[in-house]
Design a protein around this ligand. Structure first.
Ligand SMILES: [Zn+2]
Length: 424
């Protein structure tokens, strides 16, 4: 009997104890829990680029306590469109609610460009602790296509070629690499919708190897992504005239052989030519004009031999007339060099932008200053016989993206986007 009584007394107490304990076990974490659920999104990388279908897997757990485990996971696309999430059938983690099943975002249903996904996981605690992840991603189902006009590309030694790079979408930057050099390409402004075009001006060295050369085109789109494609250009031989054995006076021979002076001058000249490669706008208009009157005494590229033993191509066009004959700017631009050079005499270099420069050498008088803007046909100086010459003449030079080319070609070709240039 005694035993029974004590058991009767004990049993309710035990039950109260169990209930309170159980309640405490469940409710204190419920009340006190302040930890966020753990949230991870797999299959999608923040700032990533996607096409087709994206398999997204939301990994959400709340490992703190059974009573405060995961309650709800929601996801929204582009801030407002809820994504229907189904619960995973089985989930081994004992302390959490079932997180959502992996799901698919079909990017074909989305516009091209930036999108966002926001995932929110809430736990069951009184605080409703939340964790959220927001990713932005880029949809690009249209592969950026690049092609060239003309196609195939043919260039010739000592000449300039314009290659138009057509892209399937608007791009922010187009670069090219050819003959081991980098070239900037500049957008072509068109009146009609003819696509997105950038122009590459290629200057071909007089001694460039003939045959097939790769042109790497690197395009950067508006989302700052780059696409590279390699094209090929065929370099053809130019039959430059051979001729002239030039006898320099012993004094001039000495001048020609003074390599340190030549190096110094060349450094000044190339520094000026580089200015054009940094000038994005096209400063010239239409065709170039021949900058002076007179007889054409030595064409561009002519292979000459000097009594110093030097054999080389003539990298300019010589026009001979009397000292004092007016010299005009071949086209509009900015003066980047005015100097008295060792070999080239009194020299003016004009930057026409987009990698194009012209030079005017052996002048007797210079009428412009560095930084001056000149118009096509504006008088810049007078013909002379300064520097290493055998008589008064203008040595008219042209440099396109770091390579000396025939300036005369520019007097009947304008390299704009027209049927002549694209070779239709
Ligand atoms: Zn010359």
């Amino acid at each position: 009997m005694k035993k029974k009584k004590s058991q009767r007394k004990l049993t309710p107490a035990f039950f109260i104890f169990v209930v309170l304990g159980w309640g405490g076990y469940w409710f204190s974490p419920y009340l006190l829990d302040s930890t966020k659920p753990v949230l991870k999104v797999e299959g999608l990388v923040d700032q990533g680029t996607y096409n087709g279908k994206i398999n997204v897997d939301i990994i959400a757990t709340d490992p703190t306590h059974r009573s405060t485990g995961l309650r709800l996971v929601t996801a929204k696309l582009d801030q407002e469109v809820p994504i229907k999430l189904k619960k995973r059938k089985r989930f081994s983690k004992f302390y959490t609610n079932r997180p959502p099943k992996p799901f698919i975002i079909d990017t074909k249903n989305l516009d091209e460009g930036f999108h966002s996904i926001i995932v929110i996981a809430t736990d069951k605690s009184r605080n409703r602790n939340q964790n959220q992840i927001q990713y932005t991603f880029f949809v690009d189902n249209q592969q950026l296509k690049i092609h060239t006009l003309p196609d195939p590309i043919r260039v010739t030694q000592g000449h300039t070629s314009a290659v138009f790079i057509k892209t399937s979408e608007l791009v922010t930057k187009v670069k090219a690499n050819m003959f081991g050099k980098d070239y900037e390409c500049y957008p072509v402004k068109l009146n009609t919708i003819q696509g997105h075009l950038n122009r590459l001006l290629i200057g071909v060295n007089v001694q460039e190897n003939t045959g097939i050369h790769p042109i790497k085109i690197l395009v950067t789109d508006q989302m700052d992504r780059s696409v590279e494609k390699t094209f090929f250009a065929k370099v053809s031989k130019t039959k430059f005239t051979h001729g002239g054995y030039i006898k320099l006076s012993p004094e001039k021979q000495k001048v020609m052989m003074d390599k340190s002076k030549t190096r110094e001058d060349n450094a000044k000249r190339w520094k000026a030519y580089e200015q054009a490669q940094k000038t994005e706008s096209q400063l010239w208009q239409g065709l170039f004009i021949r900058p002076t009157s007179g007889a054409l005494t030595s064409a561009f590229g002519k292979y000459r031999e000097y009594n110093t033993g030097v054999k080389r191509h003539h990298l300019g066009t010589d026009i001979a007339n009397q000292v004092g004959t007016a010299i005009y700017a071949g086209n509009s631009g900015i003066i980047t060099l005015v100097d008295n050079l060792h070999v080239y005499g009194q020299t003016v270099i004009i930057n026409h932008g987009q990698g194009v420069s012209t030079s005017y050498n052996h002048l007797s008088k210079i009428k412009v200053k560095v930084g001056n803007q000149v118009k096509k046909g504006e008088e810049i100086g007078l013909m002379g016989a300064t520097g290493q010459v055998t008589g008064p003449h203008l040595h008219w030079g042209m440099v396109v993206n770091g390579t000396a080319v025939d300036a005369e070609q520019w007097t009947d070709q304008n390299f704009s986007y027209d049927e002549e240039t694209i070779g239709k």
